[in-house]
Design a protein around this ligand. Structure first.
Ligand code: NDP
Ligand code: MG
Length: 385
């Protein structure tokens, strides 16, 4: 097994730390070469001193602290690009565990540096799935998903012909408010929203799961990752989070992937694709399992409908969807708006006909329109950025 040289962005986050736990189980297979760290400086110090990457990106210049050896040090958005484009070894892998659209340009840079891409940052494919696919083809790199649903589909598709796929079923736990009615959502708090019933994740994706925007994002990602039309992808309510997604074939046969709710499984599968190798974590006890499935209602979860609407409109609308969602989730997390205002803000923005284009918008246009929308929404609700 030849050594894989890893560049990990977002090392201090939920996916970042779990990626390091997987890597720790196979020290002879992986070496961390580059790393970006977040604002948790205690954890940042611990990780840098432990893995001793050759290049480190700090989130802000003022975060930089003294290190016991002399890595190359960079910071900010430009620093993320330097890490993504850094090139020293043959078999280089880029793990993107950043949250938000800040993960998009680093992914582009890593593709251009011929790295294998292991992508958790879902905003990359939501905003620019078409352009990323074109780059992946142009640079002949491999892109592997880090998400339980897409990992499940990838596993179900192994050995199957693409043209035999009839439908993808993407399962959804229902998020923190799955047992609440729309009326009960009026007064829910940030603290309530951050209690996900089945998964422990970063705060933004936990809110995206409660609004079900996350499932909308996952349908968009699945469309780009597996080249399946939107009409053939459906979200399926499955409160147990045991079946991580299913593929239905043209003869009616359905393949599903099951397991415990532990992101280290999809992380490990991406990093060892196409092998399943030994992982030291809990096994699913299948004997007592009872599985339930139901329709995921767009009336109950309007954000799922908005994501599908933006996907259908295409062009800039996916950038609009993502930016308005990022702004609204930030405002909710900082207690500037209520939970139900998240969906109102997104809906308002999607109604704007100004974003219609008769051409395929460039990466630059998508990012700049997204940044303007983000700043406008934050300003509207009184926060200085
Ligand atoms: P977290 O918030 O836990 O971690 C994100 C990390 O990235 C933090 O350390 C954060 O630093 C850092 N970061 C964020 N923005 C920037 C930036 N602009 N520059 C530098 N560093 C930055 O997120 P998750 O790990 O939960 O999620 C990461 C991605 O993976 C998301 O796109 C999410 O949707 C996706 N995902 C997550 C899953 C999960 O189980 N957590 C499952 C499937 C997908 P700081 O601490 O300073 O904010
Ligand atoms: Mg998921």
């Amino acid at each position: 097994m030849s050594m894989k040289y890893i560049y990990l962005l977002g090392a201090c986050g939920s996916i970042g730390t779990q990626t390091l736990q997987v890597i720790d189980q196979y020290p002879e297979e992986y070496k961390i070469i580059g790393m970006s760290v977040g604002s948790n400086l205690k954890l940042a110090k611990e990780l840098i001193e432990r893995y001793k990457p050759e290049i480190v990106c700090f989130r802000k210049e003022e975060h930089i602290f003294s290190i016991s050896y002399q890595p190359k040090i960079v910071f900010g958005d430009a620093g993320l690009l330097t890490v993504a484009g850094y090139h020293q070894y043959e078999n280089e892998w880029f793990v993107n565990a950043l949250v938000g659209v800040s993960g998009l340009l680093p992914t582009v840079e890593a593709i251009k540096a011929y790295k294998t891409i292991a992508l958790a940052n879902k905003e990359t494919l939501v905003v620019a799935g078409d352009l990323i696919n074109a780059l992946v083809q142009e640079y002949k790199v491999t892109l592997l998903p880090i998400d339980s649903e897409h990992s499940a589909i990838l596993q179900c598709l192994r050995g199957e012909a693409d043209k035999e796929v009839e439908k993808l079923w993407i399962t959804a736990s229902g998020g923190s408010f799955r047992n609440k009615t729309r009326e009960e959502l009026v007064h829910v708090t940030v603290e309530d929203a951050l209690k996900h019933p089945n998964w422990s994740m970063g705060s933004k994706i936990t809110i995206d799961s409660a609004t079900m925007m996350n499932k909308g994002f996952e349908i968009i990602e699945a469309h780009y990752l597996f080249n399946v039309p939107y009409e053939s992808i459906e979200a399926l309510y499955h409160p147990e989070s045991i079946v991580h997604s299913c593929v239905q074939f043209k003869d009616g046969s359905i393949k599903a992937q099951l397991g415990v709710s532990d992101m280290r499984i999809p992380i490990s599968y991406a990093l060892s694709y196409p092998s399943h190798r030994t992982l030291d974590l809990d096994r699913l006890n299948v004997k007592p399992c009872t599985l339930h499935f139901d329709t995921l209602s767009i009336e109950r979860y309007p954000c799922l409908g908005y994501a599908l609407e933006a996907a259908k409109k295409g062009g800039l609308y996916l950038a609009v969807l993502n930016a308005s969602n990022e702004a609204a989730v930030h405002l909710f997390l900082t207690k500037k708006i209520s939970f139900l205002q998240i969906e109102q803000i997104i809906w308002n923005e999607l109604q704007n006909k100004e974003y219609e284009r008769s051409y395929i918008p460039s990466l630059e246009e998508r990012i700049s329109v997204g940044n303007c929308i983000y700043a406008k929404i934050i300003k509207e609700y009184g926060e200085i950025i």
